[in-house]
Design a protein around this ligand. Structure first.
Ligand code: NDP
Length: 290
């Protein structure tokens, strides 16, 4: 019987995800490093902003931090309640999930790696996709809570597999991003009308999530709104490259895309959205996609 839920990390995703919990559970603790955000969340949504050590005494603890390193830092600071479940929605490192899972099991706590996709709008509308690795019983117990924040929730395998699926998903998105940048700068160089070309491609086999949403909503209108930071994408593509290396398989497109995203990240202004990776191609070709 779940009596209390906690959410650690109220960033672009966590702030919106945790907002759904008070509609379903009486006791929802929130904690954030910049504690004012937790207090603001409590005022806005009726959660309880409390100290980290108290927040993690909940029956189920969610976290959503930049990467597994910050989760490790938090875990090192706290003592958990035996029988609780830690659901990490960070897009983290599979190997870290396995280590964290073992570490927490010694305290009688089960760990699920449960990264999400769907962007901030999906967090706001509770339509996220959860890809979850770890113990199946813990998954079944945490499922009703994930359902308050998401629509598609899949158990994908043992500990670490949720993080693996997320890294590969984001790598594939990065491949589409680079392909779209290269394809559309080429078209513009040939005098093609960009919007009309996009309409054709979005009705054809070359379409992707990038052509359907990123180009029209972020690039062609030059808005590049910051919702998913480029360094976070570079982190995810790095995790995907490590997965390829560990699997000892050949994946040249993944390797090349990681290098491209890394260079784009090095060239980008601080606080840039992932979509600004396209600006690297624009500077190379001296062509603006608008
Ligand atoms: P943000 O940068 O917006 O938020 C990061 C959160 O982590 C903040 O609450 C921040 O606290 C906290 N934090 C950072 N460093 C530390 C630390 N050392 N100790 C404690 N807390 C810390 O990130 P997002 O919400 O965008 O992303 C979170 C995770 O979700 C990432 O793994 C990302 O890859 C993934 N993701 C993001 C999506 C998006 O569209 N944004 C979509 C899907 C997944 P503070 O407020 O104090 O800085």
């Amino acid at each position: 019987m779940i009596q209390s839920v906690a959410f650690i990390g109220l960033g672009a995703m966590g702030y919106r995800m945790a907002a759904h919990l008070p509609q379903h559970f009486d006791t929802v603790y929130v904690w954030n490093r910049n504690f004012e955000k937790a207090q603001q969340h409590a005022t806005e949504f009726g959660t309880l902003a409390i100290e980290l050590q108290n927040a993690v005494q909940a029956d189920i603890i969610f976290s959503c931090l930049p990467t597994s390193q910050q989760v490790d830092e938090i875990l090192a600071q706290v003592q958990l309640k035996s029988g609780s479940i830690w659901v990490d929605c960070t897009s983290g490192v599979p190997e870290s999930a396995r280590a964290q899972s073992e570490q927490l099991l010694q305290q009688g706590v089960r760990f699920l790696d449960a990264p999400v996709s769907g962007q901030t709008i999906g967090a706001e509308n509770a339509t996220l996709t959860f890809m979850v690795g770890g113990n199946t019983e813990a998954f079944a117990q945490a499922l009703p809570i994930m359902q308050t924040m998401g629509k598609i929730i899949k158990h994908v395998g043992e500990s670490g597999t949720g993080f693996a699926v997320k890294a590969v998903n984001n790598m594939m998105m990065a491949v589409h991003l680079c392909a779209a940048a290269e394809g559309f700068t080429t078209l513009k160089a040939h005098g093609v009308h960009l919007q009309e070309a996009l309409d054709c491609i979005n009705a054809s086999s070359g379409k992707s999530g990038v052509t359907e949403t990123v180009l029209p909503q972020r690039v062609f209108n030059r808005s590049f709104p910051l919702t998913f930071a480029l360094p976070l994408l570079a982190k995810d593509t790095g995790i995907a490259v490590d997965l390829v290396r560990e699997a000892r398989i050949s994946a040249p497109v993944i390797g090349l895309t990681q290098n491209l995203i890394q260079v784009a990240n090095d060239l980008a202004e601080p606080n840039s959205d992932f979509s600004t990776a396209i600006k690297m191609y624009e500077s190379w070709s001296k062509i603006t996609l608008e």
